[in-house]
Design a protein around this ligand. Sequence first.
Ligand SMILES: Cc1cc2nc3c(=O)[nH]c(=O)nc-3n(C[C@H](O)[C@H](O)[C@H](O)COP(=O)(O)OP(=O)(O)OC[C@H]3O[C@@H](n4cnc5c(N)ncnc54)[C@H](O)[C@@H]3O)c2cc1C
Length: 398
Amino acid sequence: MDFELSKQQIDIRRHMREFMEREVEPYAVSNDRECKFDWSIAKKIFSEGFLGGPVPEQYGGLGLDYIAYGLMTEEVNRVCSSTRTLFSVQTSLVALTILKWGSEEQKQFYLPKLCNGEFIGCYGLTEPEAGSDAANQQTKAVKDGNSYILSGQKTWISNGSIASHALVFATVDPSLGHKGITCFIVDTKTKGFTAVPIKGKLGLRASDTSSLFLDEVRVPSENILGGVGNGFKVAMSALDNGRFSVAAGAVGLVQGCIDNCTKYAMQRKTFGKFIGEHQQVQAMIADMVADCEAGRLLYLRAASLKNKGVRNTRETSIAKLFCGEAANKAGHNAVQIFGGYGFSDEYPVERFFRDAKVLNIYEGTREIQRMIIGQDALGIRYANGEDVQNRQLLVATV
Ligand SMILES: Cc1cc2nc3c(=O)[nH]c(=O)nc-3n(C[C@H](O)[C@H](O)[C@H](O)COP(=O)(O)OP(=O)(O)OC[C@H]3O[C@@H](n4cnc5c(N)ncnc54)[C@H](O)[C@@H]3O)c2cc1C
């Protein structure tokens, strides 16, 4: 096991940290207060080429390995969870899904434009009656000549109102259950497609989250991603990538709490001492540090499996569960360390506290991750499939 980072991994992490501190941090509070998706920041991200992290260079990406991508994601979320959501959806849920399931034509058409921000993607799986129970898709796709007509509703869709293209999951035949689900790449300018932003969110206020309404939206058959009836597999494989970026982002949030708390604790005095000299404050910081380092190792292990092309649903779920919980604990204790000042947006920990909650809700709740991990441990359903060779390889990496 080698814990050394390559020069490329160190460089991209440093580059992203500098970018986030210079271009995003100064506006993070005001964007959060105004619930504003900041296009000027987004455009700077596009022009840096950051959106194409692990997408191969031949399709316009940076061709990074997953360790570099994870470190980069962590740095984004160390400053701003809303900005990280833009990345995770665009890169992990949309571009990497097209990379895995797309035809050569689809890859050549969509990926370069997703990498340079000309296209913005969203991932439309959740519906009012299909969240954790994602196979219960009610959106219908009816074949009509060389097209499908899509009707239904999606909700809680990140990037929904800013997207130029949506991955929409719909059933071609409800009697087939999850085997009827099909993934369509939908141009959001198509007649019948409407997006309505969701207001009043607890966190991620500078990220767009919307409901999507599809009223007889005509989509050419050539826009099917991964084949008719394969949509559930497409959706789940996308989540393997999405959950990875959530885990890395959660570690970034914990690191943000540590950086802010250690600074504040050696400035603020009570009883004639810095609060950092009180053991109970040290204990809260120590827990954050331990969780941060453990969480980082977990997502990096998932990254190393991704780099080898080995199935990693189990390891990614473990990382997402642990890091999401760690972020919530860190956000909670960070506000505590700041006392009354932690209760206002004068300091970022208040935003970290609110933004942490979604980490154990989206891309599979905490309970769904526990279900995946628990069923795997009990042999009820192996998260990485029944492939014995694959399991042996994984055991060897533990
Ligand atoms: C800010 C935000 C952004 C989002 N972005 C996207 C996006 O871009 N694309 C997208 O498709 N979705 C997105 N989502 C939706 C998100 O993935 C769902 O909210 C999530 O999967 C949970 O579904 P639900 O809200 O319907 O809750 P439910 O499924 O109704 O769950 C409610 C509660 O019951 C628990 N529960 C449900 N089933 C079980 C079970 N079998 N065992 C134990 N407990 C269970 C859950 O863990 C949860 O605590 C987003 C959500 C939010 C809040």
